[in-house]
Write a protein that binds this ligand. Structure first.
Ligand code: ZN
Length: 177
């Protein structure tokens, strides 16, 4: 039987109400909350992968400008999705939740073989997290309602890309209940 973990990518104040917020992020909050509550009730791990940037050295700021600086309010998970006891918190320095973090080891220790990738942005951090999950042999589920990005084109393209290139199961979040 497959063992799933839900990964919540970058649902942080700076991405929702801060300097690089998008109006397209708000509608994914409630579906992510419902999915996380469901996961916890089933004993399924919930993992938060959170940007936690070091401004002096972070190359990513050249692309996005300053955001999610470690230790600031902007780098905290939004109030609506605050982690609960037992959830796993993974600070990350760049797009992928796996890149130079202990996520791979933690998932393997929990016998997880399938990651449900949710959060912001579908075509950047969610996509790069999916790439690294694929490289490491995890199956990927990519529900449509629990991710988005700043343009419709980017969103539709991301869903197609992860399905075609990483074999992700793109589905309705309701299929997981
Ligand atoms: Zn970042």
């Amino acid at each position: 039987m497959k063992k799933y973990a839900v990964i919540v990518v970058d649902m942080l104040n700076d991405f929702v109400t801060g300097p690089i917020a998008s109006p397209r992020v708000h509608h994914i909050i409630e579906p992510i909350k419902e999915l996380c509550d469901h996961a916890r009730s089933q004993g399924m791990p919930v993992v938060y992968a959170n940007d936690s940037h070091t401004p002096e050295v972070d190359k990513e700021f050249r692309v996005w400008g300053p955001h999610a600086v470690e230790g600031t309010y902007g780098a905290e998970v939004i109030e609506e999705l605050k982690p609960k006891e037992g959830d796993v918190i993974i600070p990350k320095k760049t797009y992928s939740a796996f890149f130079q973090t202990p996520l791979d080891l933690i998932l393997r220790e929990m016998d997880v073989d399938t990651v449900v990738v949710t959060g912001w942005q579908a075509d950047c951090c969610c996509r790069h997290t999916s790439a690294d999950a694929f490289f490491r042999g995890f199956d990927i589920v990519f529900p449509r309602e629990t991710t988005d990005t700043d343009t419709e084109e980017g969103y539709v393209g991301a869903l197609k890309y992860v399905e075609k290139i990483y074999g992700a199961k793109v589905c309705s979040v309701k299929d997981l209940y």
